[in-house]
Design a protein around this ligand. Structure first.
Ligand SMILES: NC(=O)c1ccc[n+]([C@@H]2O[C@H](COP(=O)([O-])OP(=O)(O)OC[C@H]3O[C@@H](n4cnc5c(N)ncnc54)[C@H](OP(=O)(O)O)[C@@H]3O)[C@@H](O)[C@H]2O)c1
Length: 279
């Protein structure tokens, strides 16, 4: 039996077992995917012992993504640019790290907004935390001409600009709405709007009617930002799709099958988040 898991501290909130468990059943694979609470003091020992514990790999979530990046034997170029690992896999008893958040973000957009052309366009990204690094890097790799980033803590926006170079511009948190005029994509990567957090409030009046708005927060499925954008006629893309698409490569690396993100999977996880969910 092939074993994989998700590690974090705490970990009870993770929906990854629901996603991978669905695929294991769907593809008839003799495998398991479990939640493993790993506290920071135990992290290095857990990662070093992954292969001897019989794991093919694991997902990594808050607060371990940056620490695991420092612990893996090898990480690909994209992961090195981001400096954080969300997927670990074992090859020849060596521990490899990769980051699939960026491809999850882009594949969700491709699937939900196929007519959006990002190359040579301008995007505004709210937030400069861990997930923002993966989103900004994915947009730049995808050929976006300029990514304007606004964050409450200005230092972090500057760090992002230094990390990624001149195609990233730093904009003030309170002036973000002034920069929406010619952007084709607005992304929220802050935790604002998440269940238990204050809503994100931003004046969308300057946003073009053809711009797409996406939120990587997925609890609730439709955040206030997305509801406000949809109410004024903008196409919106919910964050749950990013969670589903980022899981694809890990499953393939551990279990040897590239799984499909289907409506059935989407609805299974959507109902877990909101029992009232109806398509
Ligand atoms: N859909 C997916 O697959 C996916 C993947 C990863 C993450 N996420 C979600 O994305 C969100 C961010 O995750 P993360 O890992 O990037 O977290 P993080 O590293 O802790 O970053 C949090 C971000 O939110 C901002 N923020 C928090 N509270 C704020 C407030 N009251 N006002 C203004 N800004 C505030 C922070 O700004 P400061 O720097 O000023 O603190 C920072 O930019 C979470 O809700 C997470 O669940 C979704």
């Amino acid at each position: 039996m092939i074993k994989a898991c998700v590690i974090g501290w705490p970990i009870s909130q993770s929906r990854s077992p629901l996603i991978h468990g669905y695929w294991l059943r769907k593809y008839g694979i003799d495998g398991s995917y479990t939640r493993q609470p790993v506290e920071p003091a135990e992290l290095a020992a857990f990662i070093a012992g992954l292969a001897s514990s019989g794991y093919a790999g694991c997902n990594v979530t808050i607060p371990h993504k940056e620490a695991v990046f420092e612990m893996v034997a090898r990480a690909d170029d994209t992961t090195q640019r981001i400096g954080a690992v969300n997927t670990v896999y074992v090859r020849d008893r060596k521990i490899f790290g990769t980051n699939t958040d960026g491809e999850g973000f882009l594949n969700n957009l491709r699937s939900a907004a196929p007519r959006l052309t990002l190359a040579n366009g301008r995007a505004v990204v709210l937030g400069a935390g861990g997930a923002s690094l993966a989103v900004v890097n994915a947009l730049l790799e995808h050929g976006v001409a300029e990514v304007a980033v606004a964050n409450r803590t200005a230092d972090k926006t500057e760090q992002l600009r230094r990390r990624f170079g001149s195609r990233v511009t730093a904009i003030g948190w309170t002036e973000a709405s002034d920069h929406l005029g010619d952007c084709s994509l607005l992304v929220n990567t802050t935790s604002l709007g998440m269940k238990g957090q204050p809503d994100l409030t931003i004046d969308l009046s300057r946003l073009s009617g053809t711009a797409v708005v996406t939120d990587i927060v997925y609890t609730p499925l439709r955040t206030k930002l997305l509801a406000d954008a949809a109410a004024r006629g903008n196409q919106v893309v919910e964050g749950l799709g990013m969670l589903l698409h980022q899981a694809v490569r890990g499953f393939s690396l551990w279990f040897g099958v590239t799984p499909r993100v289907t409506e059935e999977l989407h609805d299974l996880v959507a109902r877990d988040i909101d029992p009232e969910f109806r398509r």
